[in-house]
Design a protein around this ligand. Structure first.
Ligand code: DGL
Length: 276
């Protein structure tokens, strides 16, 4: 299959979480065109096997290539942890070696050097992201002296997806998971929110996190990293079209997606349903 040479930047997530990344990307690169694809029909990915996360992510990447996207951002930690490397190394050469798929873990890890003083890093993520140890592996490559403490928060995505981010249930689970993480080391001074849903819980997280601990949200970091990537790769930059548009696609019900999506983006969203 041959794809269009030029087109929008594709942004993919299992569900709504990646919209927190897209929002920040659009602030930094407002002139570009975007397609957001949420695989809401099969979310959450956080509890699924490697094989399924890989298959679902690959299908979504192919779909975005078919829409003409020369560049796809996996705005999902679980997909970045479990599918990105295989897609980059095994699938991309056969699909179209000139296209690119980028994730969210590497840019997040790169930012640590200017933030932590103790080198003790906490990571919150889905069970899949934490079990994959992708953050541990990336951090060890870049900062071999750091110590990484991962803690899975299986209830945080359901709280967000069920609009309970501001409720009492969120207080209970957020404080429980923060205490669970901080019990692993009293030297942790930096905590990565390693799931794109978690910024929606930021008020609760700040409520229970000791104030000396820096909480890292990924949106701004990924956005700046993408901007830098396009500067360093003019051949890719010239293929990412500039019309300022954004289309929203979901594999689930379009009306439900539209109403939830506006929570993440802060603006009206009109989504379309697609079948992968
Ligand atoms: N947005 C996904 C991530 O960043 C989590 C949601 C899911 O479990 O599908 O890991």
């Amino acid at each position: 299959m041959t794809y269009n040479e030029m087109g929008p930047i594709g942004v993919f997530d299992s569900g709504f979480g990646g919209l927190s990344i897209l929002r920040e990307i659009r602030k930094v690169l407002p002139e570009r065109d975007y397609i957001f694809l949420g695989d809401n029909a099969r979310a959450p990915y956080g509890v699924r096997s490697y094989q399924l996360v890989y298959e679902f992510t690959l299908q979504s990447v192919k779909y975005l290539f078919e829409q003409g996207c020369p560049l796809v951002i996996l705005a999902c930690n679980t997909a970045s942890a479990k599918a990105l490397r295989t897609i980059q190394q095994n699938d991309l050469p056969g699909l179209d070696a000139t296209r690119r798929v980028l994730g969210v873990i590497r840019p997040t890890v790169e930012s640590l050097g200017t933030i932590t003083k103790t080198g003790h890093i906490g990571v919150f993520g889905t069970p899949g992201t934490i079990q994959s140890e992708s953050y541990n592996i990336e951090i060890a490559k870049m900062y071999p002296d750091y110590q990484v403490f991962g803690h899975a928060c299986p209830m945080w995505v359901p709280l967000v997806e069920n609009r309970e981010s501001d409720g009492d249930g969120a207080d209970y689970f957020v404080s429980k998971d923060i205490n669970g993480l901080l019990a692993m080391s009293d030297k942790i001074d930096t905590v990565i929110l390693g799931c794109t849903h978690y910024p929606l819980l930021i008020n609760k997280i700040h409520k229970f996190m000791p104030p000396h601990i820096r909480v890292i949200e990924q949106g701004g970091i990924v956005a700046e990293s993408l901007k830098d990537y396009l500067v360093r790769h003019p051949e890719m930059s010239s293929r990412c079209t500039r019309g300022g548009s954004c289309r929203y696609l979901t594999t689930e019900n379009a009306e439900r997606f539209s109403s939830m999506a506006s929570l993440f983006t802060g603006e009206d969203v009109v989504a379309s349903h697609v079948t992968l």
